[in-house]
Design a protein around this ligand. Structure first.
Ligand code: NI
Length: 301
């Protein structure tokens, strides 16, 4: 089964109130045109007129709203609640994914994501979950998604069926022990899987369509260049939070995506319209295109 997070998303601790995302809207000040009603996805947190100046770029405006909501309404899941309401067939979505952690540098990645108020998905190794349970807890607490990247990063296609099952199930168990939920998707190390792996995966198999090769060149500017060159609506971007150079690339990458009008979402939110099946492979969201190769739904950006 493909399951979505059941974590509460909209509780505002300061007032002990709960806000319904579907009923919320705020006003955004736009320099060129004065005030205008913020549109698109609902907002978490109390409505306010006291928003910072922002540009007319909808994504930038959305970011300002998100950041304001966070300031007023901690704690809530950054990005998760806005993302949960996004229809990725209608807006430009992209999913950032970080593999092979958690590692000490993951906390810096989380800090950056928190500053931007955007979610990501972390494909974690069971062996490292056991070592860094606090980081796993923080990933979940801050509204990000956790995926299963096996226990010890062996090539699953080279293992016996029993060993594949053991590697995936022990990782699921480690994540459950840390946060109380199983990862909704899995990603095989090296993207390597075969019919045996597919049959016992027990979750949708999530690969990527933008490979930053960050582990190889260890150059933040090269990571950014590849993201700029290869990302499109529905893309899944592969990075590795165990490398310092990748940690350094997160802010420029997120800034670029936001500037280009992308809405960052978790893998579950990205693929929701696809109704992903266990053992099936997904490398991006297929956005429905018209005859000219453009999406009739996607806003220019
Ligand atoms: Ni990996």
């Amino acid at each position: 089964m493909f399951r979505r997070s059941s974590r509460p998303r909209l509780t505002v601790a300061a007032t002990a109130s709960t806000y319904l995302a579907s009923l919320l809207a705020v006003t955004v000040a736009v320099p060129a045109t004065g005030r205008q009603e913020a549109t698109a996805e609902p907002l978490v947190g109390p409505p306010s007129d006291d928003l910072p100046t922002t540009s007319a770029n909808p994504a930038t405006a959305a970011m300002a709203r998100i950041q304001l909501a966070r300031a007023d309404a901690a704690p809530w899941a950054p990005g998760k609640a806005p993302g949960a309401s996004v229809d990725c067939q209608k807006v430009k979505c992209v999913a950032l994914t970080f593999d092979d952690g958690p590692a000490p540098g993951t906390t810096t990645v989380l800090d950056v994501l928190d500053q931007y108020g955007v979610p990501a998905t972390f494909y974690v190794l069971g062996s490292r979950v056991d070592r860094y349970p606090d980081i796993i807890q923080r990933i979940a607490d801050e509204g990000h998604e956790i995926g299963n990247h096996s226990h010890a990063h062996r090539d699953l296609a080279s293992l016996s069926t029993t060993d594949v099952v053991e590697s995936l199930e022990s990782t699921n168990a480690s994540v459950v022990a840390a946060i109380g939920e199983e990862p909704p998707t899995m990603r095989p190390p090296y993207g390597s899987h075969d019919a045996t792996v597919d049959s016992v995966a027990g979750a949708p198999i999530v690969l990527w369509d933008v490979d930053t090769l960050d582990w190889k060149h260890k150059d933040p500017s090269e990571t950014l260049r590849i993201v700029k060159e290869q990302t499109g609506p529905g893309s899944i971007i592969l990075m590795h939070d165990i490398h310092d150079a990748t940690v350094a690339a997160v802010a420029p990458v997120v800034q670029h995506l936001v500037d280009e009008g992308y809405v960052l979402v978790t893998i579950s939110d990205l693929l929701e319209s696809q109704e992903p099946q266990n053992g099936h492979q997904y490398s991006h969201l297929s956005v429905h295109l018209d005859g000219d190769g453009n999406s009739p739904h996607l806003a220019a950006g």
